[in-house]
Write a protein that binds this ligand. Structure first.
Ligand SMILES: [Zn+2]
Length: 111
């Protein structure tokens, strides 16, 4: 459980960083300084909805989506299981890639 809490903190920090980066990209592209909604959860929705329009790179948007899914899995207690075969994902893999949702064999099989 402590491991999962540590991972949750890492994911949240990573998410903040990505949102910050995305906000900068967004500001650069639109050249508008319209403030985001004050509510953080609402900001996330805004960022996700506007991801493509705002010119956020697909990689950043995909990473945010993966982090969001991993956080949801942590809440649901299903974190750390392969989404394809259901096996437990190796802890070292999760350390290296906290939002990974596939075990090594499935990740390799998928290419
Ligand atoms: Zn698997």
């Amino acid at each position: 459980m402590n491991d999962h809490e540590a991972i949750r903190q890492r994911l949240l920090a990573q998410k903040q960083e990505l949102l910050h980066r995305a906000a900068k990209v967004r500001a650069d592209i639109t050249r508008s300084s319209g403030p985001l909604d004050k509510d953080f959860a609402e900001q996330v929705v805004q960022m996700e909805n506007d991801a493509v329009l705002a010119g956020i790179s697909e990689a950043t948007a995909a990473e945010l989506a993966q982090i969001g899914r991993a956080l949801a899995q942590l809440d649901q207690g299903s974190y750390g299981h392969c989404s394809r075969c259901g096996e437990v994902i190796d802890a070292r893999r999760l350390q290296a890639l906290p939002y990974s949702d596939r075990c090594i064999s499935c990740a390799e099989a998928a290419g």
